[in-house]
Every structure is written in C-alpha cells, then in structure tokens.
Design a protein around this ligand. Sequence first.
Ligand code: F6R
Length: 598
Amino acid sequence: MCGIIGYIGKRQAQPILLHSLAKLEYRGYDSCGIAVASSGIQIYKDAVRVAELAKASPQLDGTIGIAHTRWATHGEPSQVNAHPHCDCTSRLAVVHNGVINNYQSLREQLTSEGHKFISETDTEVISHLVEKYYHGNLEKAVAAALSDVEGSYAIIVLAADEPKLVFAKKDSPLVIGIGDRENFAASDVPALLDYTNRVIYLEDGDIGVVTEDSIKVIRDSKEIAREEHKVLWSAEQAQKGGYEHFMLKEIHEQPKVIRDTLGEYTQVPQQIVDLEIMRDTGKEPLLILACGTSYHAGLVGKYLIEELLRVPARAEIPSEFNYHGHSFTTRLTIAVTQSGETADTLKAMKMLKEAGCKVIAISNVVGSTATRIADQTIYTRAGPEISVAATKSFIAQLMVLYWLVMVYSKVYSKADAKRAADMLLGLRQLPSKVQQILDNDSAILKCAKYLSSYENVFFAGRGINFPIALEGALKLKEISYIHAEGYAAGELKHGPFALLSADTPVVAVVAKDNTYEAMLTNIKEVKARRAPVIALVGEEDETIEKIVDLVITVPRVNAIFSPVVNTVALQLLAYYTARQRGCSIDFPRNLAKSVTVE
Ligand code: F6R
C-alpha cells in the first residue's frame, strides 16, 4: 500500500525520489506524486504510473524532497487526491501512509477555523494541522498536529523555509536510510538499496528530524538513540535479473530460498527459538494467525502440527479473529507475515500479547513491526519479494513451519527425534525436487494455455493439500483475473457442483497419502458432471492420468512435503496463464503488497 520516500542531501532530489518511487511500486498504488523544496515547494502529482509521472513532470530544482505512491482509501484515485498534500500557504507538504480515523471531525473543525480543503483525503487534515501549529519550528508543529490525530501514520513533512525533513511513525512502516552527507526516510528497504544499506528502524511513537548530515529521533519530547542496522539484501536481489517478471524470477529462486532458510535453522535450532516457551505450553492448543497467502502457509502448519505432533492447532484470519476470537485462550501464537506490516495481523498480535500470550513471528523483513511486537522472530530467508503475488516467501514460510515441527518433535519426546531426523532428510531433498519442476515446465505451460480461455476454475484438495488448493486458486485469480475458488474436495458436492459444466475446469491437487482414494472418487464425480479435470499427481502415479483431461506430474516426495512441490507447480500454472492473457503480472490491479490498513 502507499509508499513514501524523502531525500535530503547534496544531489538533486527529483531523480532520486523518482527512482525510489519506482522501487516502491510493488507495494501497490493507483497514483503518485513528488514535491521538491528550494525557495518554495514545487509539486507534481497525478493518477498515473511512476514512469509516466517521471516523463511528464517538469524539472523540479532542489536537493530536498518527498514523494508518494497512493493506494486510495479516502477518495478516488485522481490528481487532486494524490499526495503530497499542502496547507493553505503551499509552504508545507506532507506524504502519508496510513489512515486518520478522526479526519472528518478534524476537517470540520479546521474548516470552521478558515482552512480550505481541496481533496477528499484524510491526509490533508495533517497538512492543515501542521500549518495551524507551525510557528517556525517544523518538528514542534508536527508533534502538536499528531497529538490531535487518531489513527495510523508514517509521514514525512517538508517546509519551504527549513532545510530538513520531519518524520513520524505510528502503526505504519518507516525506516531511515543513512547515506554519505545525505539521508533518506522510506516506507521500506527496497526503496533505499541503490543508495545505502545502513538503516534505522523506527518504533511507533517516534518523531524525528533528518537533515543532510544528522538524524534525530525524539520520543516523549526527549531525543533518543536508535540503533543502526546493516541490511543484508543487495540491490541486485531487488532487480529482475533477466527474467520477464519479478514473479518468475522469485519462483525460480525457490530452491535457493529453501536452502537458505533451512541452512539458517538446521544448524543451530536451539538458538533461534527459546524452547522454554514450547516446553511451558506443552500440548495446549496453538494458534496460528496470518492473512492471504501467509494464512495458507499457516493452515499447512496447522495440519502439520495436528498430524505429526498431535497438538491441537487453529489457523485463523486476523481480520475475523480480532472481532470474535476473545473466547479462545492460548499461551502461544505463531503469526505468519511476509512483510511484517499487515495491519490486521499486527492488531491481533498486540491484542494477544496484552492478554499475556507469547507470540512467535515468522517474517521475511528484518526490523518490521511484527518482529518488534513478537517475543521471538523466526526469519524466512526469501530475500526481497517484489512481485505482489507471494511465491518464494510462502515456500520459505513452509520451511520454517516444517522446521518448527521438527524442533517440537525433539521437545516432546526422544522417540520423535527419529521422525525429526527423517524430516530433515526429506527437507534437504526439496531444493532439487523443486528444481526439477522448474526445469520441466512444458506440461504446466500446456495446462496454462488450456486454462487461459476459461473464466471460472475450481481448485480442490484434501488434507494438507487443501490449503494448497486455496493457494492455487488465490494465485490464479490475483494475477490472471480468472475467477478461481479453492475448495476442500469433499465439499464440492455440497453446493459448488451446481456450477460444474464443460466450461468449469477443476484443478485437483492430489497426494499419495490417506486422502488419495477419496480424491480419486471426487475426481470421478467431477468428471461425471462433464467438467474438465487437470490433476497434479506424483510421478509414481499411473491411475489418475487415465481418468483426467490433463496431468501435471510433480517429483516424488514424502506426502507431508507434497505442499511444496504442488505449490511450485501451481505458481507456474498461474504465472503462465496470466502471461497468456497478457495481464500485469507483477502489479495486479487493485492489489497492494503490504496491506497496512484494516
Ligand atoms: C497474495 C499475497 C497476499 C499476502 C497477504 C499477507 O499473493 O501476497 O495474500 O499474503 O496480504 O501479507 P503478509 O504475509 O505480508 O502479512
């Protein structure tokens, strides 16, 4: 969702801001804008892509500036609603990520005091509030303005008369980039990687000032020191590296991601998670919280934990849990979030922590908000994921969950240590199994060409592959815009069968486990309704290909690892289908990479 960037230094700000804005595109947006200060503030903004903005904007002279990609919440995407937003004097400009909950009453109050609003946005109240409190000291004015505001924000404020940027953060991400006689503030690290790998992660409630050669962070009116971190991601990792799309590159990175994530943890498990938490909670129910694709990883985790450890587990969507989950008591929750910034997940984590629950985060972004709320974090080593559709982060999340189950096994009993050893062996074979799928994707391409002419598709799976059916459907719908639904295969006949016809293909995700025979029956039932079936089967299978229309064969693995190989095949299926339909694969319409509003 919205991305913000600020620059102050010796160089011209405009090209740097536009370059960084392009790196923030992946977060999802519908309009963008830039403001540069020299003697006054010059602004250029519109409901266009960053490349169009860069082409159309006049040269804006100055070495201090701010810029924004907007994902509309209050008011449609338009030139007037795009950020930056100014005050009445046009000597202040603000970019904002987040939502101001009390903007309506603030707007009415400010209007009655003579302020003139021109946009429909919640953000514009911030610029007018800063104007109201501005008497020559920008940070004081920003602090006073924010004390009137309820909601979430990461903001950067620019004043025509002061060579500084003022920033503030609450419940929306913001990092400071430290350069050589230049400094930055940005929504996330990929926006900075071409300029610096030295960053400061801010905390909620931080306000601060950045000049060309200083960074000041203020909390409760006192200056405080915040630790500097070195980012290990390289600028190259956030480039396409010769692939047509980030999504394809990220799918192809998965063997390495598996190796990196496993390598990290299988060496020194005890040091990563404090096993005392697990010992403490024993076999009490576990809660797993996550949204979207991460939720599907969480659901796989639930199956793994219940099946292999015989510990009851619940996977919940935070946007629901936050409103109805109060009766469920648990002492240990696992929050799965690639970005570490998903608003609903963060809200649930905070709520649980306040209730005394321990929270382990599984996240891909070092220093993200989730990692600071959590008692412990297990990092996925996926590297920067730029494509809006999550791929490699999902596989890395699965790796962490497999690993956690192994660690748990050891905690519970010595007998389970043997299973942990077997699992480790199976996990170590996964990179080469995934590589085989990537190297032999002609059957997947054929299925994608076939699917691309349909408008409705079902995905069906059972057991540990039910979440994979959900994930396959999510991937297909989000990037190809084909209506796709994931179902537990046994549920199809409880309603969806009414939709089955020769125009409704069903993708059956099959594994050679205790669900196999039931899946076989379900496939036959679907075929009897004349719906075409594409089946994902293991290479050892000789039965299913005889009864379905098309087959995608995945390498033989232990059935508990079938979610990994099946997912990779379904990612490619979605990718090739979307490519066939000429879709905007990396940046699907209306979607945001980081969902920072409720
Ligand atoms: C889909 C996708 C989303 C995210 C969801 C949660 O491809 O990427 O469904 O999985 O928005 O995001 P995180 O994992 O950052 O909390």
